[in-house]
Design a protein around this ligand. Sequence first.
Ligand code: DGJ
Length: 462
Amino acid sequence: MRMRNKYRKPTSFNYIAGSRCSLSTVVWSLVGFLLFLHLYSLVSHYGAKGGVAQFGTSHNPVIRELEEVEHENIQIPPPRKRSPRAAKRRPQKPTTLIDEFLDESSQLRHIFFPGMKTAIGPTNSDSNDSSYYYPGRIWLDTDGNPIQAHGGGILYDEKSRTYYWYGEYKDGPTFHVHKKAAARVDIIGVGCYSSKDLWSWKNEGIVLAAEETNETHDLHKSNVLERPKVIYNGYTGKYVMWMHIDDVNYTKAGVGVAVSDYPTGPFDYLYSKRPHGCESRDMTVFKDDDGMAYLIYSSEDNSELHIGPLTKDYLDVTHDVRKILVGQHREAPALFKHEGTYYMITSGCTGWAPNEALAHAAELVMGPWETMGNPCVGGNKMFRLTTFFAQSTFVIPLPGLPGSFIFMADRWNPADLRDSRYVWLPLIVGGPADRPLDYNFGFPAWPRVSIYWHKKWRLPSG
Ligand code: DGJ
């Protein structure tokens, strides 16, 4: 017995001391681990470039210039005088900048939709203005005509070392099929423009044209063709176009596929379908570094996005699909990748009216995707809450400047859709995120994605 007691005491003492010891070890290990995680995320995301931490403002003077934002001080005009009777019938609501934007007769119209006099492009700019982007101004091609490539995307063709811009050719009258229907333009086709410098664009013509007579054809002019995107398939050597195909009421909700041997077409229209048997409206395609390509589309009444790989020839989707951003009601997806992380900009769902953009990130393209917040910087609050009065469509990586991109957006003009404008702005990945994500121990998981407002800017030379 004594022997046993003798043994027990120290044993129990060791046990208690051990538990205290292991508790504090666990706590300190956890603190250490969290600190390590935090430092690791900072180093891997910001410090990788030359070991310099970049918190928001870069040490690279070229990037710093892209990050210099401009501010907008737009005064809302005083309300128009109304007769006392009219005022009694319908009391005047306070006017916001977005009301002014949507009001065709607003005195501020020229701010959002400046006229031909200030158009940019190789035929209209003096040498001082050449190569400068002026978001929202009319942009002319090398023939001096306004570029028609709305809801578009860019393909960089390695073979010809040329950029190709594809988009909705909307140079027709805007009308409403019935009183409550959204504004529309009959399908004309997909416009294609080529460029070596991303500023001066040559019209390559309509590379996929509307069907004029056959009313049962997807491309019959009375239907909807939106957001065309082209990717090159290295395995088949074909250029593959994916697009949103719909009927006039947006109830068909499908994707269409077309193919060509050349980036400048003509593209042969193959078919349309509901991918994975699901509704598909706003969409894009994304080609990863390993040659795998993915279709991303708004589904389930635009309440969620779906993402799934394309087949090896890019002509169809596979059976694999994930639901992402479920319940978040996002559309106009634009995907890009930086240092192994996938990013996406999306818009809300408000028809042709602008709304707030959100940036999302994921470690794997198939998700899970996390929402980071509003990427817009500068302008003024209303500019930031409306994506600078525009809607995302594509993000182009800037070669030679890792972490720098061009954000492409459409400033829709529902009164005259052909006169919708392009808003191209620098997008930079870097700096701490606005708000830490819930399950990341309070530490930001990804660097911030920022889109900087400029009235006038240009790409760094070279
Ligand atoms: C918003 C979409 O992003 C556009 O592509 C277009 O479909 C409009 N809705 C139509 O209202």
